[in-house]
Design a protein around this ligand. Structure first.
Ligand code: NAP
Ligand code: MG
Length: 494
């Protein structure tokens, strides 16, 4: 397509070229209570303060529910319940019995997958296609996978004596609420630990529903406890003397405070923090496939993905063609109602996050950066940001160095593999990366040069419970997933 044709096409909105009929999933399938309490010791209990906070649907700003605001005394109760369950039941139970409970959670989730997917899309703003086809299936896979390890820990770590730590404190973010809960709860239970977990304030609903499911699965009281509330409850978890281990997923800034608190109070800890991944396209890569991978890398979940391919590095010779095709593909992305099955780009999770993304873009405009946004129409209500490209950036720009956590892709060019590696490594982060090339040897050479926990070759954003995930540098420490994901929950002695 010529430049002129592309411009003509871009001036038309995609929905004028290809109109899809609406295909909405029904919110009526999910019953949302007006109010949710704390899940402590196997029961939903009112918070000591009697206070509740609101969680909304970011796609229409409507109230979904009111959720209990825990304070320190509620946390003390949750930790005491987790300790009692650990000492009295869970650590004493034969491992194969523990495994059966985790299998039961996985099977019940399978039965109720649709309900969880709808609720996740309503509370987060992510497209139903993603919660239905990615989040919830991987959640289920995690529970199945770790259920299998429960009675095989001695085979995972032969010749040593793996023992649980006690009570695990877990703090999770809003971008993959149920998935992050599964990443944390499943290995903790499989290794014989009990759990006190806090969801992010803007997305508590699927974890609370998992609490109901765990209760219905008949898990012993206190094995999993859910405390909802603001960041200060997370801080109290990190500092609580009755907690033996912290698993945190969230921003690097809060991660630092968690690390300090864990060291001060003698806890084991894992930190899964931010990222600024390079997605590197060589001139021998299949361009159309690379375009799909770039789109998936940055626009999946509106770019609210720690391992998002937020920096496109493209080899000079192919840059014009690739950017041209990328823009064409971006114009076909459908932004709108997260519950519509055709939607590609849902809502930004909160007003605060939208303001932060727009702040980066305003800053970019003021620094003379060229910003391209698709011509999709934004709904009137809710928080939205169209798919965005930022061109003519240099490595020093803030938007290249800092995590935007939105649908914003920067583009840089390079000439040699060495230059690509050096650009890829030149941020404070080291979580993930992508390489697009026809040459296997190039994948190994460049992949070895990038200091990141996960490197995808000719694909992006693929997750599997058997594969460890985690970062270097300011992206955190420790690994979740796979056999590696068991270790942070175990004490190992000869
Ligand atoms: P965040 O502000 O760090 O919040 C994460 C969690 O920590 C939330 O539950 C939050 O509660 C809680 N929290 C807030 N202040 C706290 C404090 N002082 N002490 C303890 N806990 C506190 O991060 P976010 O904005 O929700 O999430 C986005 C970040 O997570 C991004 O940087 C992203 O890269 C990272 N992330 C990393 C991974 C990974 O696997 N590496 C995966 C997903 C996301 P409230 O919601 O109540 O404030
Ligand atoms: Mg919400």
């Amino acid at each position: 397509m010529s430049e002129k044709e592309l411009t003509t096409r871009q001036n038309l909105r995609f929905d004028e070229l290809w109109a899809y009929d609406p295909a909405p999933e029904s919110p009526d399938y999910v019953k949302i209570e007006e109010q949710y309490n704390l899940f402590i010791d196997g029961k939903f209990q009112e918070p000591a303060s009697g206070r509740y906070f609101e969680t909304i649907n970011p796609a229409n700003e409507k109230l979904l529910s009111r959720v209990a605001r825990a304070d320190k005394s509620d946390l003390d109760k949750a930790v005491a319940a987790a300790r009692k369950a650990y000492e009295g039941v869970w650590s004493k139970m034969p491992a194969k019995e523990r495994g059966k409970y985790i299998y039961r959670i996985a099977r019940l989730l399978q039965e109720r997958a649709r309900e969880f997917a709808i609720l996740e899309s309503m509370d987060t703003g992510k497209p139903i296609r993603e919660s239905r086809d990615v989040d919830i299936p991987i959640v289920i896979a995690h529970f199945f996978y770790y259920a299998g390890w429960a009675d095989k820990l001695k085979y995972a770590f032969p010749g040593v004596d793996p023992r649980p730590l006690g009570v695990a404190g877990q703090i999770i973010p809003w971008n993959f609420p149920l998935l992050m809960a599964a990443w944390k709860i499943a290995p903790a239970l499989a290794t014989g630990n009990t759990v006190v977990i806090k969801p992010a304030s803007s997305t508590p609903l699927t974890l609370l529903r998992l609490g109901e499911l765990i209760r219905d699965a008949g898990l012993p009281d206190g094995v999993v406890n859910i405390v909802t509330g603001p960041g200060e409850i997370g801080n109290a978890i990190a500092n609580h003397p009755g907690i033996d281990k912290i698993a945190f997923t969230g921003s690097t800034e809060i991660g630092r405070t968690i690390q300090e608190a864990s060291l001060r109070t003698g806890k084991k800890y894992t930190l899964e923090l931010g990222g600024k991944a390079a997605n590197i396209v060589f001139d021998d890569a299949p361009v159309e496939e690379a375009v799909e991978g770039i789109v998936n890398g940055i626009f999946f979940n509106q770019g609210h993905v720690c391992c998002a391919g937020s920096r496109l590095l493209v080899q000079e010779g192919v840059a014009d063609e690739l950017v041209h095709k990328l823009k064409m593909r971006m114009e076909t992305l459908i932004l709108g109602d997260p519950l519509d099955k055709n939607t590609d780009i849902g809502a930004i999770n909160s007003k605060g996050q939208l303001d932060s993304i727009l702040g980066y873009l305003t800053d970019g405009v003021e620094s003379g950066l060229q910003i391209y946004q698709t011509k999709c129409q934004l709904p009137e209500k809710g928080f939205w940001c169209p798919p965005t490209l930022v061109e003519n950036v240099s490595q020093a720009h803030r938007i290249v160095q800092e995590e935007v956590f939105g649908p914003v892709l920067t583009i840089q060019t390079f000439r040699t593999p060495e230059e690509a590696v050096s650009l890829a490594n030149n941020t404070p982060y080291g979580l993930s990366g992508g390489i697009w090339t026809d040459k296997g040897s190039k994948i190994f050479k460049v992949g070895k040069g990038i200091r990141a926990g996960v490197i995808w070759a000719n694909t992006f954003n693929k997750f599997d419970p058997t594969s460890p995930f985690g970062g270097y540098k300011e992206s955190g420490m420790g690994r979740e997933g796979g056999i590696h994901g068991l270790l942070p929950y175990l004490e190992i002695s000869q």
